[in-house]
Design a protein around this ligand. Structure first.
Ligand code: NAI
Length: 258
């Protein structure tokens, strides 16, 4: 049976690779992106998320079999919080009833290995309190203090914790909805392309994120992991952050962290 799968960030990189893989196996993809998707929306605002969720639900006829959130930004600034965190959690929360209406619903959020790196604890706490106004205040403080880049790991660390907490919260596992995160290392997509233009930046990045197994990822490699977690075959994996990173996480955190 073809499934209705909502994919955010479907127009580029990992989201585009996943959309192609889902369509190749016969699923119906409802792509959500700034432009060019089945649903065009800006996930950086509460209004944009609400409109996007309502439109995606309608496109799916009220029943959504899976949602995979790939939309994100690495441009240093507050959008790292409003898109990467709230653009994921707000969108998924709005679609929970349509997921609960499906026979075997699944949720996968794309996080990042960066979520293991130093964060702004105030931003993370405000995100987890679902207080977007306060999160934005702290995010603006980070920008003013020249720490805008820290908002990326902060958004991804908060997202991983939100997913782990949500997975076993009322209305998710109890409604048969697994919630997992795929956390990639460095993926060759338009998002990372700029980093490779600068040889110095590439050196810094390779030192910070060693990937001893098979090197950099292609978007298809990340899509394959998301595809499994979003599939019928994933019956019992939930609340997990699955590092698809060529060994970066284990290299950085060591074998005792699991
Ligand atoms: P990409 O830049 O190729 O694609 C991101 C997509 O998100 C684009 O289609 C863009 O239009 C969409 N998007 C951005 N802001 C949006 C908004 N406000 N509303 C709706 N859509 C919006 O990036 P890529 O590499 O495919 O990234 C996908 C996810 O993977 C992101 O969450 C990113 O943080 C994560 N990731 C990427 C890594 C990399 O090395 N490329 C590494 C680890 C995680």
């Amino acid at each position: 049976m073809p499934r209705n799968v909502v994919v955010t960030g479907s127009g580029s990189g990992i989201g585009a690779a996943l959309t192609a893989a889902l369509r190749a196996r016969g699923d119906r993809v409802i792509g959500v992106d700034l432009r060019g998707g089945e649903v065009d929306a800006d996930l950086s605002t509460p209004e944009g998320r609400a409109t996007a969720a309502a439109a995606a639900q309608e496109e799916a006829g009220g029943v959504v079999d899976a949602v995979v959130t790939c939309a994100g930004t690495s441009v240093p600034g507050t959008a790292m919080v409003t898109v990467n965190y709230f653009g994921t959690t707000g969108f998924l929360t709005a679609l929970r009833p349509a997921l609960a209406a499906a026979d075997r619903p699944r949720v996968v959020a794309v996080g990042s290995i960066s979520g293991t790196q130093p964060v702004d604890a105030d931003v993370v706490a405000a995100c987890l309190a679902d207080d977007e106004a306060t999160a934005l205040t702290y995010a603006e403080r980070a920008v003013t203090e020249g720490r805008a880049r820290q908002l990326y790991p902060s958004s991804k660390a908060a997202l991983a914790q939100w997913a782990r907490r949500t997975a076993v919260a009322e209305g998710w596992a109890s409604a048969g909805i697994p919630v997992n995160v795929v956390a990639p290392g460095i993926v060759l997509t338009p998002m990372s392309a700029a980093l490779f233009d600068d040889p110095e930046m590439k050196k810094v990045m390779d030192a910070a994120l060693p990937m001893p197994l098979n090197g950099y990822l292609r978007p298809e490699d990340v899509a394959a992991a998301a595809l499994f977690l979003a599939s019928d075959e994933n019956s019992h994996i939930t609340g997990q952050v699955v590092y698809v990173d060529g060994g970066a996480e284990v290299t950085l955190r060591g074998p005792g962290h699991f």
